[in-house]
Design a protein. Structure first.
Length: 156
């Protein structure tokens, strides 16, 4: 995702804070860490969340997650369930970041069936972590999972 516009840390944090506030209002109760990112994805955003072998499906060794906006589907690499639950939750938050910050940049047109997944989704690979859109989604996830005010209150 190289074509995304630059967003400041403050703008990204505001988007994460707004999501949490809207989610709290929808639930009718405050949300405390750990933030229920899986519930946010499925119940609040209305996306299907799945865990699959993305390496086998997409052919990349370093794939962590993928989002298909038109199908409202997020898939997390199932190896994260076995290797690193913290990374798995972070990847869920990262995919939410792409939905809220970058959906306007994704083309939902064309593509033959053999290349469908690669052309129609937002693919998150470790090799691309320094690209602008990937960094923004990472920062969003950090702000979502560790909301500054809630962390400060918990620390006190």
């Amino acid at each position: 995702m190289n074509n995304v516009t630059w967003l400041s840390k403050q703008e990204i944090k505001q988007q994460a804070d707004l999501l949490l506030l809207d989610y709290e209002i929808a639930r009718g109760m405050p949300v405390k860490p750990p933030i229920p990112v899986e519930h946010i994805i499925e119940s609040y955003l209305g996306f299907v969340l799945e865990y699959e072998d993305l390496q086998q499906i997409l052919g990349f060794d370093d794939i962590l997650g993928a989002t298909w906006l038109k199908q409202k589907r997020i898939v997390i690499n199932n190896r994260l369930l076995k290797e690193n639950l913290g990374r798995m939750f972070f990847t869920c938050g990262h995919e939410i970041g792409h939905i809220l910050l970058h959906s306007k940049y994704v083309s939902e047109t064309g593509g033959d069936s053999s290349d469908y997944y690669k052309r129609q989704g937002i693919l998150c690979r470790e090799i691309a972590s320094k690209k602008r859109g990937e960094w923004q989604a990472d920062y969003f996830s950090a702000c979502l999972l560790m909301p500054e005010e809630k962390v400060r209150m918990a620390f006190k």
